[in-house]
Each structure stands twice: as C-alpha cells, then as structure tokens.
Design a binder for this molecule. Sequence first.
Ligand SMILES: [Zn+2]
Length: 108
Amino acid sequence: MQINIDEPDATEQFWAGMREAAAAAARHRDNSLYEAIVKIGKSALAQGIELVPSGGLFLWCPICSAQSGQQCINTPRHPLDESRLHPERTELAEKAMRGEVPLPKPFG
Ligand SMILES: [Zn+2]
C-alpha cells in the first residue's frame, strides 16, 4: 500500500494505521506493541499531526470499556458521536497522548 503524504486524508490514514496496530496489540495482549503505538502517536502530535476524532479508537474507552481498536458500544445516557465513539474516549486519548493525564490501561 502506498500513502501519499500530500493527500488530504493522509492524517486519517495515519490514525487508521495506528488503530489497526492497536487492535492487533489488544488481540495479542501485547503491551510493548501498545507502548510503541503510544510513542508514535505522541511524536506525531508533537510534529503537528492533528488527532482525528476516530483517533480515540486506539485507547480503551472509559465509558463502555471497548478495548483498543474496537468500536464503542451504545450505553444509556452516553450517546455516541458521528465517529461512533464516546466523546469522552476521544478527549481522554488526546489528553493521554499529550501527557496531561496518565495513560489509560490498554485492554480494559
Ligand atoms: Zn465507548
């Protein structure tokens, strides 16, 4: 697969790749792979790559406990946003990647 960095959806592609890697880490319960993903994500943010809303997918959800790479599940009083994620998850992912809060546990 070839990714053209000038494509408008290059950022989306980047985070899609991160999600796939996170899903693999969750599947194999591979903590070192998970830590590597976080390292890459932090470095990307530091270089000015925007975190897309669906970037929340690569961390565990504090609302519905969906694991890395899994879609959120509908829960009462917590509507899903248009990316089918709990906004709290996206917010947590962003803060964790920026080092503002401790990293949530990867596998629920
Ligand atoms: Zn959720």
